[in-house]
Ligand binder design. Sequence first.
Ligand SMILES: [Mn+2]
Length: 324
Amino acid sequence: MLERIPEKFEMKSLTGGNALNSFLHLEYCPELTGVDIALAGVPFDLATSNRPGTKLGPKYLRSRVYKGCKVDEVLDINIGDKLKIVDTGDFKLMGGYLLDAFALITEQTKRILDAGATPVIVGGDHSITFPELAAYYQVYGPMAMIHFDSHLDTGMYQMCPTKEIYTHGNPFSNAMRKGYLDGSHTIQIGIRTGSPKMNDEYTKEYQREILSAKELHAISYEEAGERIRNKVGNLPCLVTFDIDFLDPVYAPGTGTPVTGGFSVYDAMMILENALPGLNIVGADLVEVEPFYDPAETTAIAANNILAKLVSCIAYNKLMEKEKA
Ligand SMILES: [Mn+2]
């Protein structure tokens, strides 16, 4: 005779914390009252230049959260019930209309900010950071930014200096031109594409700092952390993490992979050395592409980096609460 399932059967024990798929197995909570950190998906890849599919990134990452990928274990902090960290669902977007989708991304990022929560957004292609920044700008004015990427994402500027073009290759030329970013507090790290000379003028004009892959490979995690912290200062800061910062060995599932990158451990250590104590007001993780991720390495990497980002933000929030 078959053994019956006990009456008080708890579904969550089967999946390690959550019967439904959510980011990092967090509680799904569309209502933002009292929320400290709100994770949200942005299923959008209309501005992709290479492989499509990053619009399925949020759904994919929610369904690939494995044991060991927990928020409160990453920085040895005990969050308990001191902070409310939730998955607030996906942004509602309109398919096919890029600028309308951007307006909706700005509106829904602003909604999280207005509720007093810190947004941690999961893309989607990298174009989404531009409309996100438009929302932050309304609250904080020109922001600092820490940008992990193999690409500068300031393309098109040289070709069309006056025309606004929106792709996942140029969110930051648009953001700097609009004044959303304070270049003198912006650092781009892991960069290993594009001619530095081509970007010289732009770099000078906006005073942003580029910590290339070559340099980053040669310095310690502590030095990298210090370079980032010195650049950012006390300004409200967005952390934007393109998964192609990692080497394709770790993250083949991405829109535009570039060799010569970094390990997951490198990324975790740099984040841990850089972020605690900074005024991080938001973060995003972009460019995860499920179809090129046969062994789920990209998903495992991305979810652990997401957990680290959330942990660092949570750590800062707890430190602030302690001070108050
Ligand atoms: Mn990139």
